[in-house]
Design a protein around this ligand. Sequence first.
Ligand code: THU
Length: 157
Amino acid sequence: MEKITISVPVESYTYAELTPQQSELVEMARQYTSNSYAPYSHFRVGAAIRLDNGVIVCGANQENVAYPSGTCAERSACFAAGAQYPGVAFRAIAIASVGTDGQVPNTPTAPCGACRQALLEYETLAGANVEVLLAGRDKVYVLPSVKSLLPLAFSEF
Ligand code: THU
């Protein structure tokens, strides 16, 4: 038997430490929490994806009374980017949230498993890492790729 430990590399930055490009993307994600339609969970999430062509495509979670029909902010943004700019690589994604108490959570919100899988496919097909920025109240977690967020991923495509 051999024990294998897989670790997730996370860097934690203050807002002041971000580059101007990172700050811009995080700010877009924060703004898009206002476009969330979350009458059931009251948990608002915004996502902003910077594409290789410089365009930023944003999304917000969209719920539905038939609960599974809704979608997360991350998939709303990544499917919009795929539809509007097919084949253009993602450079980075920022994710921001506002909790049910109306406050930005102290611990940054991380994408659900389904969103990680969806994002991974775009990252893998483009063959370039997508930086992941998770915006909390005082800190932003930065990960080098979607792959790093989804160890032991299903990637048979
Ligand atoms: N949600 C997102 O949009 N992204 C995440 O990373 C986590 C969860 C949404 C789904 C649902 O509309 C609400 O947040 C509560 O789970």
